[in-house]
Design a protein around this ligand. Structure first.
Ligand code: PMP
Length: 375
């Protein structure tokens, strides 16, 4: 299996697993909220993990709220973070977990604006300025740090400055950016940030919402009272410890990972281009290190990839109950429905090798029946 789907999920780093294992064996017995030594030990481990999570994004430990993942973090930010009567602005290329909150916000009477993107997938700060000017009471802006389909990186500092001028809070879904890019919330001027363990070589089923004052979303689960009442529920010690370890590792490795992974991405692109005439690249040249999204005109990517079960990549089609829909991100970039279905996303990661990248390009080209002879 050649695994080039790291934007969908990254494998657990062995060092993260090692950090988690003691907490999955006997040591995990204490409820971290219990008032006895076993509970206190678990609570200490969670406090350390919280500090690692916060340090990755330039926040304070008390600002990190553990969630079940980024979907929950985004939902808490969007559905809990827009005060009564306030308006909300998001980009057209947000993850479904953000866009899926919009009908409920509208139902509650909030004004909602969706920002278009340019052909590379970038949000224009001037367009945000205009959208906020059109809202009676701008309250929350949510724009992702980097897109999960085409890898486009958004101008967060500029967007946050515009939001602040209008008195709105800025939240960012930073799920895809954190494994290869430095991101400092205080320096960028953003007050809410979502992240996810399984996009960072950490465990699945854990993520966090970072909330810096004045951002203080209303909790979704009023009971429980854990995590300063922001998110009730017993914290899963092994998963929290794993997320902390993954964040610590990301901080140490992201620069070197970004360098190596972007070289592999470029290598993959050059090899694909030499074998598949007519292929084009989606997104921008300065996008995420590990993301390569291409369109190969005339193919149905989902169909053709069925012939390549040993190659794990993603396509520009999302399957909902058997029906295949063109990606809303590719459509927002201006691709036709046909070209969206003809698109493939490669997600390169920490463990990817040059040999894997070469073989992936060759297998794909061969499956499409257009490999040039003699290459
Ligand atoms: N936001 C983005 C940009 C993502 O790529 C994903 C995962 N596909 C999510 C949010 C949801 O994350 P989780 O799986 O942790 O719920």
């Amino acid at each position: 299996m050649i695994y080039l789907d790291h934007l969908a999920s990254t494998p657990l780093d062995p060092l993260v697993l090692e950090a988690m294992l003691p907490w999955m064996r006997g040591q995990a017995v204490g409820n971290p909220h219990a008032a006895h030594p076993a509970g206190w030990r678990a609570a200490d481990a969670i406090a350390q993990a919280r500090a690692e999570v916060a340090a990755l994004v330039g926040a304070q430990p008390g600002e990190a709220v553990f969630t079940s993942g980024a979907t929950e973090a985004n939902t808490l930010a969007l559905l809990g973070g827009v005060p009564a009567g306030g308006g909300c602005v998001v980009s057209a290329v947000e993850h479904a977990s953000v866009l899926g909150c919009l009908p409920e916000l509208r139902r509650r009477g909030h004004a909602v604006a969706i920002l278009p993107v340019d052909a590379g997938g970038r949000v224009d700060p001037a367009a945000l300025d205009e959208a906020l000017s059109g809202l009676p009471t701008p309250a929350l802006v949510s724009v992702m740090a980097a897109n999960n389909e085409v890898g486009t990186v958004q101008p967060l500092a500029e967007l946050a400055a515009v939001a602040s001028r209008h008195g709105a809070t800025m939240h960012s879904d930073a799920v895809q950016a954190l494994s290869t890019r430095a991101l400092d919330m205080a320096a960028l001027g953003i007050h809410g940030l979502s992240l996810s363990g399984h996009k960072l070589y950490g465990p699945m089923g854990i993520g966090a919402l970072i909330v810096r004052r004045p951002f203080r979303p209303v909790p979704a689960s009023p009971g429980g009272g854990q995590q300063r009442g922001l998110r009730g529920g017993t914290l899963p010690t092994p998963l929290c410890v794993g997320l902390g370890a993954a964040c610590r590792l990301a901080r140490k490795r992201r620069e070197e990972d970004a360098r190596r992974i972007s070289e592999l991405r470029d290598r993959l692109w050059h090899r694909l281009r030499s074998r598949l005439p007519g292929i084009s690249r989606n997104g921008t040249a300065d996008g995420l290190a590990g993301c390569l999204n291409v369109t190969i005109p005339g193919i149905d990517a989902a169909d053709r990839l069925l012939d390549l079960p040993e190659l794990a990549v993603a396509t520009g089609s999302a399957c909902h109950s058997g029906a295949s829909e063109a990606s809303h991100v590719l459509l927002a970039l201006g691709l036709s429905v046909m070209d969206a279905h003809a698109s493939v996303r490669f997600g390169i990661g920490r463990g990817t090798t040059a040999a894997e990248v070469d073989e992936a390009a060759d297998r794909l080209a061969a499956a499409l029946g257009s490999a040039k002879s003699g290459e």
